[in-house]
Structures are given as structure tokens and as C-alpha cells.
Design a protein around this ligand. Structure first.
Ligand SMILES: [Zn+2]
Length: 341
């Protein structure tokens, strides 16, 4: 049986995060790989109710797997995080912790959605020099969403921000207070794609799809049920930052930290890592064009070094939690991680 150890680390501003270190039956034969989750979930998102998770797959292939619970994790106290905070305070500290625990000279990373945007900000700002290979899913430096999501972001984010500081897909199960009850009712009225209230709330929270974050046909019944416990609080402050990024067409910083550029594509990225950009062909949360644009940007910096892999039949998170992801996606991730530099 694989064993797991929780390794706490302190982010640059003192916020307490942790890493889950998963070890397979045999000692690792390859270096450490860091898995970084998205917004309003937790490190556990990489361990869905499927026969072989990405964690099983990578440990089975000899990797030393570390799951990062950064400040957007629902395992940590709710806080009004921004991508800037994660980029400056969390990811560099997580990488340092993995390096010191493993004594490895470098770290590889698999990063998803807002774990990806914030990690890319950190890498582009030169804060992750020991990260040499990155597999990113869904979105990196150029968030592109469907037109209707863009309008929703521009109109609803300022409005909802006056009513609440957090959204929470758990409201589908328990809504206490006027705003949670209102949003729950709105979602029940408009979403009829399945009978899982958290699945529907997550679709409303993260876009305009039915559903937004996966294709139902790619999930098994156990995983569809499991997601009920895997989605919770996410601050409006993050959605405000993303609304600004969507207006600009690329990531921008909002905190004026001296470590970060104001605009992440105005200068060459300060990283020599190799990037593999994954995009679900059917992703309606962030369109595949998101990854295409960042791939093109990195192509300009160094031609024929990075790669773009469009995954037919896949959406957003089903890339990791889909019932057939071990067959369709994980070998691609492995190939990209294994590629020699
Ligand atoms: Zn559903």
C-alpha cells in the first residue's frame, strides 16, 4: 500500500500550507514531482474514485510524488487569496521544501487551472529556478473563456462581490443565510444537467457550462458522487483578479509585489523550464485557445522546445479525474515528464 506523510511548510508571508508526500511500495527511482491543484479544491483532487489515479500512476512509474495544499486549498482556513500571493509566497516555499526534503537538484511539476496560473506567474517572474519541467493543464498565462462567461465575469463578479466575500459550492448541500440561499435557488432554477447539487454549484461558480468543469460522460458514478466533498470556499477577490485578466487577455498582477511584473507577457519569462501545455479539446471553463496562446508565446522565446497537447473528448478537470484518464491522459503526462532536456 502507498503511504502518505503530511509535511507542513510556511509560505513567505507566514501562512501555513502543507505538502502531502505519497510514496509507493518501492522507493522512487526518479526525482520529485509536485502536483498543484486549482481554486476551491484541495490536494486530494488528484485522487478521484478511479482505478488508477495520477498519483498511483506516477508513483508506479518511479516518481516521488508531492501534492501541494497552497492557500486556495479547502483544507486550509478560508482566506482572501490572490494569484499574486500564491506566486510570491506559496509555490517558491513549496518547491524549497521539496528540495530540502529530497535533496534533489530540481523539481518537476504538474499544475492545473489556478494552480497553473499562479505557478506560471511564479516561474515567469524567476521565482522557481529549480523547476525544470512543467506540465500545465487548461490555462497558464492567457485565460480565454467562452463569450457568455466573459460577460458573466464582467457583470456578475462586481455585483456578487457586494453581497458576499466567498462563493461556496457546498451551498448546494447546506445554504445558511440569505445570499447562499439565493444562489442555491438560482442554481436549482437554471441547472438541470444532473442531480448532484455540488456539481451544479461548481458549474455556476466556475463558468457557464452544464457542467463546466468536466464532461459527465467522462466521470464514473463514484467520482461524480465524490466531488460533493471536494469543492468548497473560493474568495470573490480571486474572481475580481481573473475578471481583470480576462479583460486584458493575459495574466496581470493586482498586489504590486515587487517580485512580480504588472503584466506577465510584456517581457520574456525568467525561466529555462520546458513546458508541456495540455488542453482538453472540449474545455468550456477555459477554452483550448488559452493554452495555444501561451504555447505560442513560449515558442517565440525558444522555438521547438515546448509542446502543446490537445486532448480529444476531454474537458477541464476530467483530464485528471476522468474514468479513462489513466489510459488517455496519464501516459502523455509521463512522456512529457520523462523527456530528457
Ligand atoms: Zn453533475
Amino acid at each position: 500500500m502507498p503511504t502518505e506523510t503530511v509535511v507542513p511548510f510556511t509560505a513567505g508571508d507566514g501562512f501555513r500550507c502543507n505538502l502531502i508526500h505519497v510514496q509507493g511500495e518501492r522507493p522512487p527511482t526518479k526525482g520529485p514531482v509536485l502536483l498543484v491543484h486549482g481554486a476551491g479544491v484541495r490536494a486530494n483532487i488528484f485522487r478521484a474514485r478511479v482505478q488508477v489515479t495520477l498519483v498511483d500512476f506516477l508513483t508506479g512509474q518511479g516518481y516521488d510524488v508531492w501534492l501541494e495544499n497552497w492557500r486556495a486549498s479547502i483544507d486550509l482556513p478560508p482566506n482572501r487569496w490572490t494569484l499574486d500571493q500564491a506566486a510570491v509566497f506559496d509555490h517558491p516555499a513549496a518547491v524549497q521544501k521539496v528540495l530540502s526534503q529530497t535533496r534533489a537538484p530540481e523539481v518537476k511539476a504538474v499544475i492545473h487551472c489556478q494552480g497553473s496560473t499562479s505557478f506560471m506567474m511564479s516561474a515567469a517572474a524567476g521565482l522557481l529556478p529549480q523547476v525544470k519541467t512543467v506540465v500545465t493543464n487548461a490555462v497558464s498565462l492567457h485565460p480565454v473563456v467562452p463569450r457568455v462567461s466573459r460577460i458573466k465575469s464582467a457583470v456578475a463578479v462586481p455585483l456578487v462581490s457586494t453581497l458576499t466575500t466567498f462563493l461556496n459550492p457546498q451551498w448546494g448541500l447546506h445554504a445558511e443565510g440569505a445570499v447562499p440561499k439565493l444562489i442555491k435557488a438560482l442554481v436549482e432554477l437554471t441547472h438541470h444537467e444532473c442531480d448532484n447539487p455540488v456539481c451544479k454549484q461548481a458549474s455556476f461558480t466556475y463558468g457557464t457550462g452544464f457542467p463546466t468543469l468536466w464532461r459527465h460522460e467522462n466521470l464514473n458514478a463514484e467520482t461524480h458522487e465524490w466531488i460533493k466533498r471536494e469543492f468548497a470556499h473560493v474568495p470573490m477577490r480571486f474572481f475580481q483578479q481573473m475578471a481583470r485578466c480576462l479583460r486584458k487577455g493575459h495574466l496581470v498582477s493586482v498586489e504590486s509585489f515587487r517580485e512580480l511584473p504588472a503584466d506577465f507577457v510584456a517581457q520574456p519569462p525568467r525561466t529555462d523550464a520546458r513546458f508541456a501545455f495540455l488542453a482538453g479539446e472540449c474545455n468550456v471553463c477555459f477554452l483550448p485557445e488559452s493554452q495555444q496562446r501561451t504555447y505560442d508565446f513560449f515558442q517565440q522565446q525558444r522555438k521547438d522546445y515546448h509542446s502543446l497537447r490537445v486532448l480529444p473528448g476531454y474537458g477541464h478537470l476530467d483530464v485528471f479525474i476522468g474514468k479513462d484518464a489513466a489510459r488517455d491522459v496519464f501516459p502523455i503526462i509521463l512522456e512529457e515528464l520523462d523527456r530528457s532536456r
